[in-house]
Design a protein around this ligand. Sequence first.
Ligand code: ADP
Ligand code: ZN
Length: 435
Amino acid sequence: MSKYFQPEIETAPVEQLRAIQDERLVKTVKHVYENVALYRERMDAAGIKPEDITCAADLYKLPFTYKQDLRDTYPYGMMAVPMTDVVELHASSGTTGKQIVVGYTQNDLDVWADIVARQLYAIGADKDDYVHVSYGYGLFTGGFGLHLGAQRIGATTIPVSSGNTTRQITILKDFGSTVLCCTPSYALYIGETLEQMGLSPDDISLKAGIFGAEPWTEGMRKDIEKKLGLKAYDIYGLTEIMGPGVAFECEEQTGMHVNEDHFIVEIIDPDTGEVLPEGAEGEIVFSCISKEAFPLLRYRTRDIGVLTRKKCSCGRTFIKMSKPRGRTDDMLIIRGVNVFPSQIETVLTQLGYSANYQLIVDRVNNTDTLEVRVEMTPEMFSDAVRNISAKESEIREALKSLLGLSAKVKLVEPQTIERSIGKAVRVIDNRKLHD
Ligand code: ADP
Ligand code: ZN
């Protein structure tokens, strides 16, 4: 069986991909200029006509699209087709403010199914697999996105949705689920619950997991792989662009291939908007080039990442993006040091902790403070009660030397940090309460 769902596209020569992008971008620009008032006004104001965009290399001439634009045109102002052609709506999970709503035509849903199917094939799944979807179903794109892909490959789809974790385990066992799809923090939670129920990975049949919708580290990947006895793969997406499947990880597990026949990706300097060369870290920007209902151009994701065209051993030619560090909104500035929660997670998992941690930010006497709360693993807890302060200072020193970060560290008992069935809440910012 092929590990590619659409080999002719997934392994196409780069020139061929560029030709597809040229043609589709030109078409999309014309489509939004004619059908979306905001794009027409923006392009007119910038003095750009659709004819000025003749190929993908002209993309930089177009203005950016921001999340605020979607809020300002809420609910249907960005739709590029009449609502009679829109067959499904989804909304962002609202992690960072007022929700936005997006629409899909039947063709858009077909494309979404295809790109998630590419992910499933890439991790070795096919029609004989049992795909257990524990992302939330509903307006959130996670559940339905993976569902569409699983159906597209003809797998046996198990639409469990999130929550009721002991029931998840019963279903994993009884239904023989082979592929688990959920957020990485929920995967970890399911793994812990398995353990608490006195079961081991040998009692279930999972071989692979597709985990995304939030940042996670290599340390967390290892932990999940061990706890659930599977190979853990990353999947990236966002509601505004499509949902999960915009980019997908292959067997190499070193970053995610962007589905370049449907999306053009750029990395820009978030401050100046300048396009950065391959290999530079910056804000990820996407343009949709095949979407009908909701095609955004140069959408500022606020996610920070890096792109590479280095040849991948899987044979795919799509550009790869690194695991995003997180969103610019999540970056903490603690007494002049910029740090993403994922960087702290890397330090903690390297020291043998699992990714059950929380960051509490406050302001005391006009100075920002950070407290890192980390759960001990049950083994540490049983033999280390008297070593707590030594362990805390070990973490404190590591944060200082690896990230230049001064923080208060507090080890807490196992199972005391709240578990998440969707996106984990890593940061509690008490400064907002005082403002
Ligand atoms: P919301 O913006 O309300 O959280 P979405 O569900 O659309 O709604 O979230 C998309 C965002 O989730 C992305 O912009 C990114 O910040 C994050 N995300 C999605 N997949 C990943 C991933 N694999 N790694 C890191 N972050 C991810
Ligand atoms: Zn690859």
